[in-house]
Design a protein. Structure first.
Lengths: 159, 401
Protein backbone atom coordinates (compact mmCIF):
# COMPACT_ATOMS: atom_id res chain seq x y z
CA UNK A 1 0.00 0.00 0.00
CA UNK A 2 2.61 2.51 0.99
CA UNK A 3 4.34 2.58 -2.35
CA UNK A 4 6.29 5.80 -2.44
CA UNK A 5 5.54 7.66 -5.66
CA UNK A 6 8.44 10.05 -5.33
CA UNK A 7 11.77 8.25 -5.74
CA UNK A 8 13.57 10.73 -3.51
CA UNK A 9 12.29 13.55 -1.31
CA UNK A 10 12.27 16.97 -2.95
CA UNK A 11 13.90 19.62 -0.82
CA UNK A 12 11.90 22.77 0.01
CA UNK A 13 13.07 25.68 -2.10
CA UNK A 14 14.41 28.56 -0.08
CA UNK A 15 16.58 31.56 -0.80
CA UNK A 16 16.61 35.31 -0.45
CA UNK A 17 13.96 35.96 -3.13
CA UNK A 18 11.66 33.24 -1.85
CA UNK A 19 11.92 34.58 1.69
CA UNK A 20 11.26 38.14 0.55
CA UNK A 21 8.14 37.01 -1.31
CA UNK A 22 7.05 35.04 1.75
CA UNK A 23 7.41 38.07 4.00
CA UNK A 24 5.33 40.22 1.64
CA UNK A 25 2.65 37.54 1.24
CA UNK A 26 2.67 36.82 4.97
CA UNK A 27 2.19 40.49 5.82
CA UNK A 28 -0.59 40.82 3.21
CA UNK A 29 -2.27 37.69 4.57
CA UNK A 30 -2.17 38.91 8.16
CA UNK A 31 -3.51 42.28 7.03
CA UNK A 32 -6.39 40.55 5.21
CA UNK A 33 -7.27 38.48 8.26
CA UNK A 34 -7.04 41.57 10.47
CA UNK A 35 -9.24 43.61 8.11
CA UNK A 36 -11.85 40.83 8.02
CA UNK A 37 -11.86 40.32 11.79
CA UNK A 38 -12.03 44.08 12.48
CA UNK A 39 -14.82 44.47 9.90
CA UNK A 40 -16.77 41.61 11.45
CA UNK A 41 -16.30 43.12 14.88
CA UNK A 42 -17.30 46.66 13.85
CA UNK A 43 -20.20 45.82 11.55
CA UNK A 44 -23.38 47.23 13.10
CA UNK A 45 -25.46 44.33 11.72
CA UNK A 46 -23.20 41.52 12.96
CA UNK A 47 -24.27 41.68 16.57
CA UNK A 48 -24.93 37.93 16.97
CA UNK A 49 -21.26 37.17 17.56
CA UNK A 50 -21.82 33.96 19.46
CA UNK A 51 -24.05 32.66 16.67
CA UNK A 52 -21.45 33.62 14.08
CA UNK A 53 -18.68 31.92 16.08
CA UNK A 54 -20.80 28.77 16.36
CA UNK A 55 -21.20 28.60 12.59
CA UNK A 56 -17.47 29.20 12.05
CA UNK A 57 -16.29 26.59 14.54
CA UNK A 58 -19.16 24.24 13.70
CA UNK A 59 -18.11 23.93 10.07
CA UNK A 60 -14.56 23.03 11.08
CA UNK A 61 -15.72 20.42 13.61
CA UNK A 62 -18.29 19.00 11.20
CA UNK A 63 -15.54 18.38 8.67
CA UNK A 64 -12.68 17.23 10.90
CA UNK A 65 -14.60 15.24 13.50
CA UNK A 66 -17.56 13.89 11.50
CA UNK A 67 -17.28 14.04 7.72
CA UNK A 68 -13.58 13.18 7.38
CA UNK A 69 -13.83 10.40 10.00
CA UNK A 70 -16.74 8.86 8.11
CA UNK A 71 -14.90 9.13 4.76
CA UNK A 72 -11.67 7.55 6.05
CA UNK A 73 -13.55 4.82 7.94
CA UNK A 74 -15.71 3.83 4.97
CA UNK A 75 -12.70 3.88 2.64
CA UNK A 76 -10.56 1.77 5.00
CA UNK A 77 -13.34 -0.79 5.54
CA UNK A 78 -14.06 -0.98 1.81
CA UNK A 79 -10.41 -1.68 1.06
CA UNK A 80 -9.98 -4.29 3.81
CA UNK A 81 -13.09 -6.46 3.79
CA UNK A 82 -12.29 -10.02 2.61
CA UNK A 83 -13.21 -11.64 0.31
CA UNK A 84 -14.16 -9.28 -2.48
CA UNK A 85 -13.12 -7.75 -5.78
CA UNK A 86 -9.53 -6.65 -6.42
CA UNK A 87 -8.22 -3.38 -4.93
CA UNK A 88 -8.39 -1.39 -8.19
CA UNK A 89 -12.11 -2.18 -8.51
CA UNK A 90 -12.74 -1.10 -4.93
CA UNK A 91 -10.78 2.11 -5.41
CA UNK A 92 -12.73 2.96 -8.57
CA UNK A 93 -16.07 2.34 -6.85
CA UNK A 94 -14.94 4.52 -3.92
CA UNK A 95 -13.99 7.27 -6.36
CA UNK A 96 -17.41 7.09 -7.98
CA UNK A 97 -19.07 7.17 -4.57
CA UNK A 98 -17.03 10.28 -3.69
CA UNK A 99 -18.40 12.05 -6.78
CA UNK A 100 -21.94 11.00 -5.81
CA UNK A 101 -21.44 12.26 -2.26
CA UNK A 102 -20.26 15.67 -3.44
CA UNK A 103 -23.31 15.87 -5.74
CA UNK A 104 -25.47 15.01 -2.74
CA UNK A 105 -23.86 17.75 -0.64
CA UNK A 106 -24.71 20.29 -3.35
CA UNK A 107 -28.32 19.02 -3.39
CA UNK A 108 -28.76 19.09 0.40
CA UNK A 109 -29.76 22.78 0.74
CA UNK A 110 -32.48 22.31 -1.88
CA UNK A 111 -33.65 19.04 -0.27
CA UNK A 112 -33.59 20.19 3.36
CA UNK A 113 -34.85 23.75 3.01
CA UNK A 114 -38.25 24.13 4.70
CA UNK A 115 -40.98 24.48 2.07
CA UNK A 116 -42.94 26.13 0.69
CA UNK A 117 -40.82 29.16 -0.13
CA UNK A 118 -42.81 32.39 -0.43
CA UNK A 119 -41.66 32.53 -4.01
CA UNK A 120 -42.60 29.82 -6.52
CA UNK A 121 -39.60 30.58 -8.77
CA UNK A 122 -37.16 29.60 -5.97
CA UNK A 123 -36.49 25.83 -6.05
CA UNK A 124 -38.97 25.11 -8.85
CA UNK A 125 -37.64 21.61 -9.62
CA UNK A 126 -38.04 18.17 -8.06
CA UNK A 127 -34.66 17.89 -6.37
CA UNK A 128 -35.07 14.31 -5.11
CA UNK A 129 -35.52 13.31 -8.76
CA UNK A 130 -32.49 15.46 -9.63
CA UNK A 131 -30.36 13.65 -7.09
CA UNK A 132 -31.45 10.25 -8.43
CA UNK A 133 -30.42 11.41 -11.91
CA UNK A 134 -27.02 12.55 -10.57
CA UNK A 135 -26.39 9.18 -8.89
CA UNK A 136 -27.50 7.34 -12.02
CA UNK A 137 -25.06 9.39 -14.12
CA UNK A 138 -22.29 8.76 -11.58
CA UNK A 139 -23.09 5.01 -11.65
CA UNK A 140 -22.88 4.91 -15.44
CA UNK A 141 -19.61 6.88 -15.38
CA UNK A 142 -18.10 4.59 -12.74
CA UNK A 143 -19.11 1.49 -14.69
CA UNK A 144 -17.50 2.96 -17.82
CA UNK A 145 -14.25 3.61 -15.94
CA UNK A 146 -14.29 0.05 -14.53
CA UNK A 147 -14.74 -1.43 -18.02
CA UNK A 148 -11.98 0.79 -19.42
CA UNK A 149 -9.53 0.02 -16.66
CA UNK A 150 -10.36 -3.70 -16.83
CA UNK A 151 -9.66 -3.74 -20.56
CA UNK A 152 -6.39 -1.88 -20.06
CA UNK A 153 -5.27 -4.32 -17.39
CA UNK A 154 -6.11 -7.32 -19.58
CA UNK A 155 -4.20 -5.67 -22.40
CA UNK A 156 -1.16 -5.45 -20.17
CA UNK A 157 -1.69 -9.03 -19.06
CA UNK A 158 -2.12 -7.80 -15.53
CA UNK A 159 -5.36 -9.75 -14.94
CA UNK B 1 7.18 19.14 6.65
CA UNK B 2 5.63 21.34 9.30
CA UNK B 3 9.02 22.58 10.38
CA UNK B 4 10.71 22.22 6.98
CA UNK B 5 8.93 25.01 5.17
CA UNK B 6 6.64 26.42 7.79
CA UNK B 7 6.47 29.42 10.05
CA UNK B 8 9.29 27.92 12.01
CA UNK B 9 11.74 28.47 9.18
CA UNK B 10 10.40 31.95 8.52
CA UNK B 11 10.21 32.95 12.17
CA UNK B 12 13.53 31.24 12.86
CA UNK B 13 15.26 33.92 10.81
CA UNK B 14 13.71 36.53 13.02
CA UNK B 15 14.65 34.72 16.26
CA UNK B 16 11.01 34.52 17.27
CA UNK B 17 10.76 30.79 17.58
CA UNK B 18 10.34 29.22 21.02
CA UNK B 19 10.61 25.45 21.10
CA UNK B 20 7.96 23.49 22.94
CA UNK B 21 8.72 20.33 24.95
CA UNK B 22 7.75 17.01 23.37
CA UNK B 23 4.51 15.57 24.79
CA UNK B 24 4.71 12.18 26.55
CA UNK B 25 5.02 9.39 23.98
CA UNK B 26 2.25 7.46 25.76
CA UNK B 27 -0.28 9.95 24.38
CA UNK B 28 0.56 8.98 20.82
CA UNK B 29 -2.41 6.73 20.15
CA UNK B 30 -5.07 6.13 17.50
CA UNK B 31 -4.64 8.34 14.44
CA UNK B 32 -1.52 9.90 16.00
CA UNK B 33 0.42 6.63 15.62
CA UNK B 34 3.14 6.53 12.97
CA UNK B 35 1.75 4.95 9.83
CA UNK B 36 -1.89 5.39 10.86
CA UNK B 37 -2.59 6.75 7.39
CA UNK B 38 -1.05 4.51 4.76
CA UNK B 39 -2.31 5.95 1.49
CA UNK B 40 0.33 7.25 -0.88
CA UNK B 41 -1.64 10.30 -1.97
CA UNK B 42 -1.29 12.33 1.22
CA UNK B 43 1.97 13.82 -0.10
CA UNK B 44 3.19 17.36 -0.91
CA UNK B 45 3.04 16.96 -4.71
CA UNK B 46 -0.65 15.98 -4.61
CA UNK B 47 -1.29 18.77 -2.12
CA UNK B 48 0.23 21.30 -4.51
CA UNK B 49 -1.69 19.92 -7.52
CA UNK B 50 -5.05 20.22 -5.78
CA UNK B 51 -4.11 23.29 -3.76
CA UNK B 52 -3.30 25.49 -6.71
CA UNK B 53 -6.67 24.68 -8.32
CA UNK B 54 -8.41 25.50 -5.05
CA UNK B 55 -6.34 28.67 -4.70
CA UNK B 56 -7.40 29.76 -8.18
CA UNK B 57 -11.05 29.06 -7.33
CA UNK B 58 -10.79 31.12 -4.15
CA UNK B 59 -9.10 33.96 -6.04
CA UNK B 60 -11.91 34.02 -8.62
CA UNK B 61 -14.55 33.94 -5.88
CA UNK B 62 -12.85 36.72 -3.94
CA UNK B 63 -12.35 39.06 -6.91
CA UNK B 64 -15.83 38.56 -8.39
CA UNK B 65 -17.33 38.91 -4.91
CA UNK B 66 -15.42 42.12 -4.29
CA UNK B 67 -16.63 43.47 -7.66
CA UNK B 68 -20.22 42.65 -6.74
CA UNK B 69 -19.77 44.35 -3.37
CA UNK B 70 -18.32 47.47 -5.03
CA UNK B 71 -21.24 47.62 -7.48
CA UNK B 72 -23.67 47.49 -4.57
CA UNK B 73 -21.78 49.86 -2.30
CA UNK B 74 -20.18 52.07 -4.91
CA UNK B 75 -17.91 54.72 -3.36
CA UNK B 76 -18.28 58.18 -4.89
CA UNK B 77 -14.64 58.29 -6.00
CA UNK B 78 -14.97 55.09 -8.03
CA UNK B 79 -16.51 55.24 -11.51
CA UNK B 80 -17.64 51.86 -12.86
CA UNK B 81 -18.77 51.31 -16.46
CA UNK B 82 -22.35 50.46 -17.44
CA UNK B 83 -21.09 48.22 -20.25
CA UNK B 84 -20.74 45.46 -21.34
CA UNK B 85 -24.40 44.69 -20.64
CA UNK B 86 -23.48 41.11 -19.73
CA UNK B 87 -20.57 42.09 -17.46
CA UNK B 88 -22.19 41.42 -14.10
CA UNK B 89 -23.96 38.37 -15.50
CA UNK B 90 -20.55 36.81 -16.21
CA UNK B 91 -18.80 37.86 -13.00
CA UNK B 92 -21.61 36.85 -10.65
CA UNK B 93 -22.38 33.65 -12.56
CA UNK B 94 -18.68 32.84 -12.25
CA UNK B 95 -18.72 33.73 -8.54
CA UNK B 96 -21.45 31.22 -7.71
CA UNK B 97 -20.34 28.51 -10.18
CA UNK B 98 -16.75 28.71 -8.90
CA UNK B 99 -17.96 28.60 -5.31
CA UNK B 100 -19.91 25.43 -6.09
CA UNK B 101 -16.90 23.91 -7.89
CA UNK B 102 -14.79 24.80 -4.84
CA UNK B 103 -16.78 22.32 -2.73
CA UNK B 104 -15.20 19.18 -4.28
CA UNK B 105 -11.86 21.03 -4.56
CA UNK B 106 -11.84 21.89 -0.86
CA UNK B 107 -12.99 18.42 0.20
CA UNK B 108 -10.29 16.69 -1.86
CA UNK B 109 -7.64 19.15 -0.62
CA UNK B 110 -8.65 18.46 2.98
CA UNK B 111 -8.68 14.70 2.30
CA UNK B 112 -5.11 14.92 1.00
CA UNK B 113 -3.80 16.80 4.05
CA UNK B 114 -6.08 15.27 6.70
CA UNK B 115 -3.35 12.99 8.13
CA UNK B 116 -1.35 16.12 9.00
CA UNK B 117 -4.03 16.97 11.54
CA UNK B 118 -2.51 14.13 13.59
CA UNK B 119 1.15 15.14 13.13
CA UNK B 120 3.34 14.21 16.10
CA UNK B 121 4.27 16.12 18.12
CA UNK B 122 1.19 18.36 17.64
CA UNK B 123 3.40 21.46 17.88
CA UNK B 124 7.17 21.62 17.93
CA UNK B 125 7.38 25.33 18.70
CA UNK B 126 5.30 28.43 19.28
CA UNK B 127 5.67 29.38 15.62
CA UNK B 128 4.54 25.93 14.55
CA UNK B 129 1.53 26.16 16.88
CA UNK B 130 0.63 29.54 15.34
CA UNK B 131 0.97 28.07 11.86
CA UNK B 132 -1.46 25.30 12.74
CA UNK B 133 -3.83 27.82 14.29
CA UNK B 134 -3.76 29.84 11.05
CA UNK B 135 -4.83 26.70 9.18
CA UNK B 136 -7.78 26.33 11.55
CA UNK B 137 -8.70 29.96 10.73
CA UNK B 138 -8.36 29.22 7.02
CA UNK B 139 -10.58 26.14 7.26
CA UNK B 140 -13.22 27.88 9.35
CA UNK B 141 -13.43 30.81 6.96
CA UNK B 142 -13.37 28.64 3.82
CA UNK B 143 -16.06 26.21 5.02
CA UNK B 144 -18.16 29.13 6.30
CA UNK B 145 -18.02 30.90 2.92
CA UNK B 146 -19.03 27.80 0.97
CA UNK B 147 -21.80 26.76 3.37
CA UNK B 148 -23.36 30.23 3.70
CA UNK B 149 -23.10 30.74 -0.07
CA UNK B 150 -24.77 27.39 -0.82
CA UNK B 151 -27.64 28.16 1.55
CA UNK B 152 -28.02 31.72 0.27
CA UNK B 153 -28.63 30.54 -3.30
CA UNK B 154 -31.71 28.64 -2.06
CA UNK B 155 -32.71 31.68 0.07
CA UNK B 156 -32.38 29.73 3.33
CA UNK B 157 -31.04 31.58 6.34
CA UNK B 158 -31.00 29.25 9.38
CA UNK B 159 -28.51 31.45 11.29
CA UNK B 160 -28.80 34.47 13.58
CA UNK B 161 -26.74 36.93 11.46
CA UNK B 162 -27.41 38.76 8.17
CA UNK B 163 -25.89 36.93 5.21
CA UNK B 164 -24.36 39.81 3.25
CA UNK B 165 -22.00 41.37 5.84
CA UNK B 166 -21.05 37.95 7.27
CA UNK B 167 -20.22 36.49 3.84
CA UNK B 168 -18.35 39.69 2.91
CA UNK B 169 -16.19 40.10 6.01
CA UNK B 170 -15.37 36.41 6.45
CA UNK B 171 -14.29 36.44 2.78
CA UNK B 172 -11.51 38.85 3.80
CA UNK B 173 -10.47 36.46 6.56
CA UNK B 174 -10.47 33.58 4.06
CA UNK B 175 -8.48 35.54 1.46
CA UNK B 176 -5.98 36.66 4.09
CA UNK B 177 -5.63 33.16 5.51
CA UNK B 178 -5.07 31.67 2.03
CA UNK B 179 -2.38 34.28 1.33
CA UNK B 180 -0.73 33.58 4.67
CA UNK B 181 -0.89 29.84 4.00
CA UNK B 182 0.84 30.34 0.63
CA UNK B 183 3.52 32.44 2.35
CA UNK B 184 4.12 29.74 4.94
CA UNK B 185 4.21 26.87 2.45
CA UNK B 186 5.93 28.66 -0.43
CA UNK B 187 9.20 26.64 -0.30
CA UNK B 188 7.23 23.40 -0.51
CA UNK B 189 4.87 24.75 -3.16
CA UNK B 190 7.81 25.77 -5.35
CA UNK B 191 9.63 22.49 -4.81
CA UNK B 192 6.58 20.47 -5.85
CA UNK B 193 5.22 22.78 -8.56
CA UNK B 194 6.47 20.52 -11.36
CA UNK B 195 6.30 16.76 -11.70
CA UNK B 196 9.53 15.26 -10.36
CA UNK B 197 11.92 14.00 -13.03
CA UNK B 198 12.26 10.32 -13.80
CA UNK B 199 9.08 9.09 -12.14
CA UNK B 200 7.23 6.17 -13.64
CA UNK B 201 3.81 7.40 -14.74
CA UNK B 202 1.94 4.16 -13.97
CA UNK B 203 2.39 2.13 -10.82
CA UNK B 204 0.41 -0.19 -8.70
CA UNK B 205 -1.74 1.30 -6.01
CA UNK B 206 -3.73 4.51 -5.90
CA UNK B 207 -2.54 6.95 -8.52
CA UNK B 208 -2.56 10.71 -8.58
CA UNK B 209 -4.24 10.48 -11.97
CA UNK B 210 -7.02 8.45 -10.36
CA UNK B 211 -7.49 11.06 -7.66
CA UNK B 212 -7.58 13.85 -10.24
CA UNK B 213 -10.16 11.87 -12.23
CA UNK B 214 -12.37 11.75 -9.14
CA UNK B 215 -11.77 15.47 -8.55
CA UNK B 216 -12.57 16.31 -12.16
CA UNK B 217 -15.67 14.12 -11.98
CA UNK B 218 -16.82 15.90 -8.82
CA UNK B 219 -16.25 19.38 -10.25
CA UNK B 220 -17.93 18.36 -13.52
CA UNK B 221 -20.99 16.88 -11.83
CA UNK B 222 -21.66 19.76 -9.42
CA UNK B 223 -21.06 22.31 -12.19
CA UNK B 224 -23.30 20.65 -14.78
CA UNK B 225 -25.94 20.06 -12.12
CA UNK B 226 -26.24 23.77 -11.28
CA UNK B 227 -24.66 26.08 -13.87
CA UNK B 228 -27.79 26.05 -16.08
CA UNK B 229 -29.27 28.69 -13.79
CA UNK B 230 -27.04 31.21 -15.52
CA UNK B 231 -25.80 29.37 -18.66
CA UNK B 232 -29.39 29.09 -19.82
CA UNK B 233 -28.93 26.54 -22.68
CA UNK B 234 -27.94 24.03 -19.95
CA UNK B 235 -31.15 24.73 -18.01
CA UNK B 236 -32.57 21.23 -18.49
CA UNK B 237 -29.25 19.53 -17.69
CA UNK B 238 -28.94 21.33 -14.37
CA UNK B 239 -31.27 19.14 -12.35
CA UNK B 240 -30.07 20.58 -9.02
CA UNK B 241 -30.10 24.30 -9.94
CA UNK B 242 -32.03 26.43 -7.42
CA UNK B 243 -33.50 28.43 -10.32
CA UNK B 244 -34.36 27.92 -13.91
CA UNK B 245 -34.20 30.90 -16.23
CA UNK B 246 -37.59 30.17 -17.83
CA UNK B 247 -39.60 29.36 -14.68
CA UNK B 248 -41.45 32.26 -13.09
CA UNK B 249 -44.13 34.83 -13.92
CA UNK B 250 -43.88 35.81 -17.61
CA UNK B 251 -41.19 33.12 -18.00
CA UNK B 252 -38.69 34.90 -15.77
CA UNK B 253 -37.64 34.07 -12.19
CA UNK B 254 -38.31 36.49 -9.35
CA UNK B 255 -36.06 37.30 -6.41
CA UNK B 256 -38.70 38.86 -4.17
CA UNK B 257 -42.43 38.64 -4.80
CA UNK B 258 -44.82 41.61 -4.54
CA UNK B 259 -46.55 39.89 -1.62
CA UNK B 260 -43.30 39.28 0.26
CA UNK B 261 -42.31 42.91 -0.33
CA UNK B 262 -45.68 44.12 1.03
CA UNK B 263 -46.41 46.35 -1.96
CA UNK B 264 -49.72 44.88 -3.21
CA UNK B 265 -51.92 47.72 -1.92
CA UNK B 266 -49.63 50.46 -3.20
CA UNK B 267 -49.16 49.04 -6.70
CA UNK B 268 -52.87 48.26 -7.18
CA UNK B 269 -53.86 51.82 -6.27
CA UNK B 270 -55.44 53.45 -9.38
CA UNK B 271 -54.08 56.78 -8.13
CA UNK B 272 -50.47 55.55 -8.64
CA UNK B 273 -48.20 58.21 -10.09
CA UNK B 274 -44.48 58.35 -10.68
CA UNK B 275 -43.13 61.43 -8.95
CA UNK B 276 -39.88 62.88 -10.22
CA UNK B 277 -38.18 65.51 -8.04
CA UNK B 278 -35.63 67.85 -9.62
CA UNK B 279 -35.24 71.41 -10.91
CA UNK B 280 -38.56 70.89 -12.84
CA UNK B 281 -40.51 68.33 -10.79
CA UNK B 282 -43.44 66.43 -12.31
CA UNK B 283 -45.71 63.44 -11.75
CA UNK B 284 -47.02 61.01 -14.38
CA UNK B 285 -49.58 58.21 -14.42
CA UNK B 286 -48.72 54.88 -16.03
CA UNK B 287 -50.83 55.85 -19.06
CA UNK B 288 -48.89 59.11 -19.41
CA UNK B 289 -45.60 57.22 -19.14
CA UNK B 290 -46.80 54.86 -21.89
CA UNK B 291 -47.62 57.91 -24.03
CA UNK B 292 -43.97 59.08 -23.88
CA UNK B 293 -41.49 57.78 -26.50
CA UNK B 294 -41.00 54.06 -25.73
CA UNK B 295 -37.63 52.36 -26.03
CA UNK B 296 -36.75 48.67 -26.06
CA UNK B 297 -33.84 46.78 -24.59
CA UNK B 298 -32.89 43.12 -24.23
CA UNK B 299 -31.14 42.97 -20.89
CA UNK B 300 -30.45 40.24 -18.34
CA UNK B 301 -31.70 40.22 -14.79
CA UNK B 302 -28.70 38.98 -12.82
CA UNK B 303 -29.27 38.07 -9.24
CA UNK B 304 -26.45 38.11 -6.68
CA UNK B 305 -27.56 34.54 -5.98
CA UNK B 306 -26.00 33.49 -9.27
CA UNK B 307 -28.96 33.00 -11.58
CA UNK B 308 -29.53 35.17 -14.59
CA UNK B 309 -32.00 35.39 -17.43
CA UNK B 310 -32.25 37.64 -20.42
CA UNK B 311 -35.54 39.37 -21.18
CA UNK B 312 -37.04 41.90 -23.56
CA UNK B 313 -38.06 45.11 -21.82
CA UNK B 314 -39.68 48.32 -23.00
CA UNK B 315 -40.44 51.62 -21.33
CA UNK B 316 -39.17 55.16 -20.97
CA UNK B 317 -35.47 55.96 -20.99
CA UNK B 318 -34.22 57.18 -17.63
CA UNK B 319 -32.23 59.94 -19.36
CA UNK B 320 -35.44 61.23 -21.00
CA UNK B 321 -37.16 61.42 -17.62
CA UNK B 322 -34.14 63.17 -16.13
CA UNK B 323 -33.99 65.66 -19.02
CA UNK B 324 -37.69 66.38 -18.50
CA UNK B 325 -36.97 67.08 -14.82
CA UNK B 326 -34.24 69.53 -15.86
CA UNK B 327 -31.33 67.46 -14.59
CA UNK B 328 -27.91 69.05 -15.18
CA UNK B 329 -25.26 66.97 -17.03
CA UNK B 330 -23.59 64.39 -14.79
CA UNK B 331 -26.55 64.26 -12.41
CA UNK B 332 -27.22 61.11 -10.42
CA UNK B 333 -30.59 59.62 -9.66
CA UNK B 334 -32.07 58.33 -6.42
CA UNK B 335 -34.91 55.86 -6.84
CA UNK B 336 -37.44 55.01 -4.10
CA UNK B 337 -39.47 51.81 -4.15
CA UNK B 338 -42.83 51.09 -2.53
CA UNK B 339 -41.01 48.18 -0.92
CA UNK B 340 -40.40 48.91 2.75
CA UNK B 341 -37.95 47.50 5.27
CA UNK B 342 -35.47 46.39 2.65
CA UNK B 343 -31.87 47.54 2.26
CA UNK B 344 -32.70 47.99 -1.42
CA UNK B 345 -35.84 50.16 -1.09
CA UNK B 346 -33.71 53.22 -1.95
CA UNK B 347 -31.26 52.91 -4.84
CA UNK B 348 -28.67 55.39 -6.05
CA UNK B 349 -27.84 55.34 -9.74
CA UNK B 350 -24.52 56.87 -10.77
CA UNK B 351 -24.35 59.02 -13.87
CA UNK B 352 -22.78 56.20 -15.98
CA UNK B 353 -26.04 54.28 -15.77
CA UNK B 354 -28.42 57.26 -15.68
CA UNK B 355 -27.22 58.50 -19.07
CA UNK B 356 -26.92 55.05 -20.68
CA UNK B 357 -29.49 54.77 -23.48
CA UNK B 358 -30.32 51.19 -22.41
CA UNK B 359 -31.30 52.16 -18.87
CA UNK B 360 -35.09 52.14 -18.76
CA UNK B 361 -37.98 52.75 -16.48
CA UNK B 362 -39.53 49.52 -17.79
CA UNK B 363 -43.32 49.28 -18.14
CA UNK B 364 -43.57 46.16 -20.31
CA UNK B 365 -41.90 42.74 -20.30
CA UNK B 366 -41.98 40.52 -23.39
CA UNK B 367 -44.65 42.79 -24.88
CA UNK B 368 -47.05 42.54 -21.92
CA UNK B 369 -47.50 44.78 -18.88
CA UNK B 370 -45.06 43.92 -16.09
CA UNK B 371 -46.35 41.28 -13.70
CA UNK B 372 -46.72 42.53 -10.13
CA UNK B 373 -43.85 40.25 -9.11
CA UNK B 374 -41.66 41.88 -11.76
CA UNK B 375 -42.28 45.39 -10.44
CA UNK B 376 -45.64 46.65 -11.81
CA UNK B 377 -46.42 49.50 -12.43
CA UNK B 378 -42.81 50.46 -13.27
CA UNK B 379 -39.32 49.20 -12.54
CA UNK B 380 -35.72 50.03 -13.30
CA UNK B 381 -33.76 47.89 -15.76
CA UNK B 382 -30.13 48.81 -16.45
CA UNK B 383 -27.19 47.04 -18.10
CA UNK B 384 -24.36 45.46 -16.08
CA UNK B 385 -25.94 45.89 -12.63
CA UNK B 386 -26.89 43.49 -9.81
CA UNK B 387 -30.55 42.50 -9.68
CA UNK B 388 -31.06 44.03 -6.24
CA UNK B 389 -30.36 47.45 -7.81
CA UNK B 390 -32.94 46.89 -10.60
CA UNK B 391 -35.49 48.57 -8.33
CA UNK B 392 -39.05 47.26 -8.65
CA UNK B 393 -42.36 49.01 -7.79
CA UNK B 394 -40.90 52.49 -8.32
CA UNK B 395 -42.66 55.16 -6.30
CA UNK B 396 -40.51 58.26 -6.63
CA UNK B 397 -37.27 59.44 -8.24
CA UNK B 398 -35.04 62.29 -7.21
CA UNK B 399 -32.47 64.03 -9.41
CA UNK B 400 -29.27 64.62 -7.42
CA UNK B 401 -26.99 67.40 -8.65
Amino acid sequence: MSTAIEPEPVRPRTGRTVNAVRLVLGAAGLAGIGWGVAGTWDDPFLTARVGLAKWLVGGLLLHDAVFAVAVFTVAALTMRVRPGPPAWVRRTVLGGAAVGVVGTLIALPALLRPLPTQNPSVLPLDYARGLVIVWAAVGVGTAAVLVLRGARRRGRGGG
Amino acid sequence: MGAGGGFSALAGHMKLDIRLPDPPAGLRRGPFRAGAFRGALHDPRTTVLVGRLLGLAFLICFLTGLFSHLLQHQPHWLALPSRPVWGYRVTQGLHVATGIAAVPLLLVKLWVVYPRLFAWPPATSVAHALERLSIAVLMMAAIFELVTGLLNIVQWYPWPFPFVPAHYWIAWVAAGAVTLHVAVKLPLILAHWRRPQGVAAEREGPSRRGLLTVLGGGVGVVTLATVGQTVTPLGRVSVLAPRRADLGPQGLPVNRTARAAGVLTAVRDPQWRLEVAGPRPFALTRAELLAMPQHEATLPITCVEGWSASAHWSGVRIRDLMARAGAPPGARLRVFSHELFSPYSVMDMPDEWARDSLTLLALMLEGAPLAEDHGYPARIIAPNRPGVLQTKWVDRMEVLG
